[in-house]
Design a binder for this molecule. Structure first.
Ligand code: SF4
Length: 271
C-alpha cells in the first residue's frame, strides 16, 4: 500500500484519480490547496439553497430571490474567457433563476434527509459521501436518492453511466440504515430543469462497486506522478482542474494535447 492510503476516499476523488492521477497526487498527497472554479462555486451555491429549502430553512418563494442576491458573493472566480465573452455569467444567473422560480419541490414525496453524510468502505478503504436528497414516495413507501447536478443535458448524456455510479454507491447508505436499497435514482439537472431518473438495479450496483474497487486498486498500485499516466484534457486542465495552479498543464500556453514522450512531465508550480 502506498501513501495513497488516506482517511476517506470519496466518489469525486475516485473520478479525479481515474481522470488524472497527477491531480490526485498533488491535492491528496502533496497537499496543495485545491483551486475553485466558477462552475463549482455556482453548483455549491445551488446545493446550499436546495439543502436549506429541504430542511425548511427557506421557502420556495425565497429561492429565486436568494439565488439572485447571493450569486456574486458565491461565484467569485471567472468563467473561461470565451464564455464570459458570450455573457455566460448572466445566462447562468437567469437560467438557474428560472429553475428556482418554477421549482415546486417534489410533490408526492416526503423529504427524509438532505446533505446526508455517510461513511462505508470499498476495497478495504474508508469511503465517504454526502447524499444530496433522500425522498420517500408517499404512495408506495419507496425511497429515491436524488443528486443535484449543474451539468448540461448533453454532457450528462455523454457521461451518464459514470455519473450514475455515484448514486449507486450512495445507495448502500439506505440499505444500511433503512433496510432496503432505493427503488429509484435521480439526477436533478437544475440548469436544464430536467429530472433524469432510473430504477435501482442490483447488477448496476455490483458494476459500480467493482469499478470503485478496481479504481482504488489501480491507484494503490500505480506511480501517481508518472507522466505517462496523465490524461489531460485541455478544457479540464485549464479551467476546472483543482490542481491547475500547481501544474504546468494548467496554463493554456503550456498545454499539449495527448501524451508525447518527448515532452517534459508537468511540474508542480512553486507556491
Ligand atoms: S492541470 Fe491537467 S495534467 Fe495537470 S494535474 Fe490538472 S488535470 Fe492533471
Amino acid at each position: 500500500m502506498n501513501e495513497l492510503c488516506m482517511n476517506h476516499l470519496s466518489f469525486s476523488q475516485l473520478t479525479q484519480a481515474e481522470q488524472c492521477p497527477y491531480a490526485y497526487y498533488l491535492i491528496r498527497i502533496a497537499g496543495i490547496q485545491p483551486q475553485e472554479n466558477a462552475f463549482s462555486q455556482a453548483g455549491s451555491f445551488v446545493h446550499h439553497l436546495l439543502a436549506d429549502w429541504a430542511r425548511g430553512m427557506n421557502s420556495l418563494e425565497e429561492l429565486p430571490v436568494l439565488w439572485a442576491a447571493g450569486f456574486s458573493e458565491y461565484v467569485t472566480e471567472c468563467f473561461p474567457p470565451y464564455l464570459e465573452a458570450k455573457d455566460y455569467r448572466r445566462k447562468l444567473l437567469e437560467s438557474v433563476g428560472a429553475y428556482f422560480k418554477h421549482f415546486r419541490g417534489f410533490p408526492g414525496y416526503d423529504i427524509i434527509a438532505a446533505e446526508q453524510p455517510f461513511t462505508s468502505s470499498l476495497a478495504g478503504e474508508p469511503f465517504m459521501g454526502v447524499i444530496d436528497l433522500i425522498l420517500r414516495d408517499q404512495a408506495t413507501g419507496e425511497y429515491v436518492v436524488v443528486d443535484h447536478k449543474s451539468s448540461s443535458l448533453s454532457s450528462f448524456r455523454r457521461s451518464k453511466r459514470a455519473m450514475y455510479r455515484q448514486v449507486l454507491l450512495y445507495a448502500k447508505y439506505l440499505a444500511d440504515h433503512f433496510g432496503t436499497f432505493p427503488a429509484r435514482l435521480c439526477f436533478n439537472l437544475f440548469r436544464e430543469s430536467v429530472l433524469d431518473e432510473q430504477p435501482f438495479r442490483s447488477e448496476d450496483y455490483v458494476e459500480a462497486v467493482h469499478w470503485a474497487e478496481d479504481t482504488i486498486r489501480a491507484m494503490n498500485e500505480r506511480d501517481l506522478t508518472d507522466w505517462f499516466e496523465l490524461r489531460p484534457d485541455q478544457f479540464y486542465c485549464t479551467n476546472l482542474c483543482p490542481a491547475r495552479g500547481n501544474c504546468s498543464y494548467g496554463c493554456w500556453q503550456n498545454h499539449t494535447k495527448g501524451v508525447d514522450r518527448n515532452e517534459k512531465q508537468p511540474q508542480p508550480v512553486p507556491a
